[in-house]
Design a protein around this ligand. Structure first.
Ligand code: PRT
Ligand code: MG
Length: 214
């Protein structure tokens, strides 16, 4: 019975490695060097598949992988349906924030009943956030480089992930509201949890014991 874990390259992969180590799992190839999409581990019954960050919930939901690690941001946008979410892993931490050009009057733009143009990859989070404020928002869906939108006049604001704030600063954008804190979650396919209960339980328990403290 093979266990398949879906990860995305970069920070999710890197920050999941210590959790895998706690479960006795060592990935045998470096995704930054290899072109393989399926990576073997030291355990013959465990493999890692590399997918786009936004595809992790989809792979796990439909059984392309038994488990996955995904940001709460991605999970909210996916909807989370059909996924068992046993652990907040407290890794890949950041926040979803609203940012504007340094010279933009945000306070004026978000008064109740006003109309605002927001560019974001996080349309669901942004829609709920502005709706709760009673602000009409025209959402412009982007897939990357959100920071460019207010600089080119595409939008008044962006809703994006912020970690150090350096990207905003480098583009003379200002974080004006913090919408929510984000960290990565372990997600599990519900059928796999029944069919492969013991090995999956052991991985969940090992991950739980290795979650970094604040
Ligand atoms: O990059 P790609 O388009 O393939 O996919 P992705 O951007 O979805 O993947 P990846 O690996 O960049 O992010 C995966 C997950 O890591 C996200 O879903 C978040 O849950 C989490 N995470 C944590 C972050 C950040 N921190 C982060 N800082 N994801 C992205 N960023 C980006 C942010 O979008 C912005 O462009 O980094 C920039 C801001 O960083 P600072 O430090 O300059 O503020
Ligand atoms: Mg990215």
């Amino acid at each position: 019975m093979t266990i398949t874990l879906a990860l995305s390259k970069g920070r999710i992969f890197d920050e999941t490695l210590p959790l895998l180590a706690a479960a006795g799992i060592e990935v045998l190839e470096d995704p930054e060097k290899s072109r393989k999409l399926i990576l073997p581990t030291n355990r013959p019954d465990v493999q890692v598949v590399l997918v786009r960050a936004t595809d992790v919930p989809t792979y796990v939901e439909y059984g392309g992988a038994d488990l996955g690690v995904t940001g709460k941001d991605t999970l909210i946008e996916h909807g989370g349906g059909g996924l068992y979410q046993p652990l907040d892993l407290n890794i890949a931490r950041c926040r979803v924030s609203v940012a504007v050009r340094h010279d933009f009057d945000y306070a004026h733009a978000v008064r109740q009943g006003a109309r605002l143009k927001a560019a974001t990859k996080y349309t669901s989070i942004a829609r709920d956030f502005f709706a709760a404020k009673g602000v009409h928002v025209d959402l412009i869906k982007l897939y990357g480089s959100m920071e460019l939108a207010p600089l080119t006049g595409l939008a008044d604001t962006i809703v994006d992930l912020v970690s150090t704030g350096n990207t905003l600063k480098a583009n003379r954008l200002v974080e004006v509201e913090r919408i929510m804190d984000i960290s990565a979650r372990l997600v599990v396919n519900q059928a796999a949890l029944k069919l492969k209960r013991e090995p999956i339980r052991r991985i969940i328990d090992a991950f739980a014991s290795a979650i970094p403290k604040d």
